[in-house]
Design a protein around this ligand. Structure first.
Ligand SMILES: Nc1ncnc2c1ncn2[C@@H]1O[C@H](COP(=O)(O)OP(=O)(O)OP(=O)(O)O)[C@@H](O)[C@H]1O
Ligand SMILES: [Mg+2]
Length: 236
């Protein structure tokens, strides 16, 4: 996996095509669900490496910038944590430590370069993420997060291999599913949608991450050809 040098925001200035795409995505979401107060979003996908963490980070930056609201990005992928790398932060003192009762939540919020965006990293390594998410402390964690913040964006592991995201979903207003265009087979996506529907997850839409044309330039976000869009899959 590629490592960031610096901070994801260094590659996401307000004039960039990526920032425009994310503003569009965010306003589509707001229009699609105009009547509902969607503030807490789970970002997931069917399988690994589809762009969940990148999407979660850029969406959180967009919400914090344009909604000017107190926003937090939470790394709930305790298996392949990545948010801390994107913001050049230490992984320690985060979700796992709070769930284990080793840290108080309000001591773990880390500042991003954006005034309105705080980060809760994954915390120390644990062997039993699913068990941790299944504990009653998880509900307390999210009630407390929602008390402090107006918008919550959660990065999570993929749906098909592990149940963590399905356990987290009820704490959120809905989930956005990232699909790596041209790569993830339909059946794999279908399986994830089925699992999410069976668990009653409110699937708000899909985000197609078009990575295939740009991989040779993966080292530099300025060359990224994002093709993100959200559409309701309820009608599909
Ligand atoms: N639009 C894009 N264009 C090019 N590269 C991308 C794009 N989106 C993500 N990437 C790169 O693809 C890799 C995987 O992205 P990311 O970590 O966001 O995926 P993920 O779904 O969170 O993965 P995991 O399942 O490991 O958590 C990273 O190296 C990231 O920089
Ligand atoms: Mg990830």
């Amino acid at each position: 996996m590629e490592r960031f040098i610096g901070n994801i925001l260094d590659y996401f200035d307000e004039e960039s095509p990526e920032a425009t795409e994310f503003r569009r995505l965010y306003s589509k979401l707001k229009n699609l669900y105009a009547g509902q107060n969607i503030k807490n979003l789970l970002i997931t996908s069917s399988t690994i490496g589809e762009g969940k963490s990148t999407t979660a980070a850029l969406l959180a930056c967009t919400v914090a910038r344009y909604r000017e609201t107190k926003t937090i990005l939470v790394d709930c992928d305790l298996r392949r944590p990545r948010v801390h790398q994107l913001f050049n932060l230490s992984k320690e003192d985060g979700v796992a430590d709070v769930l284990l009762g080793n840290k108080r939540l309000d001591t773990c919020f880390k500042q991003s370069p954006l005034e309105n965006l705080k980060i809760l990293t994954s915390g120390g390594v644990v062997d039993n993420p699913t068990e941790l998410f299944n504990s009653p402390k998880m509900k307390d964690l999210f009630s407390e997060i929602k008390f402090y913040f107006d918008a919550v964006i959660v990065d999570s592991p993929p749906i098909n291999p592990v149940t963590d995201a399905l356990i987290l979903a009820p704490e959120m207003d809905g989930a956005l599913m990232v699909i790596k265009a041209g790569q993830t087979p339909k059946e794999v996506v279908r399986r994830a949608v089925e699992l999410m529907r069976n668990t009653g997850v409110n699937i708000l839409g899909v985000i197609v991450n078009n990575m295939k044309e740009v991989l040779p330039y993966y080292y530099d976000y300025r060359y990224y050809g994002y093709d993100y869009y959200a559409k309701s899959i309820k009608a599909a």
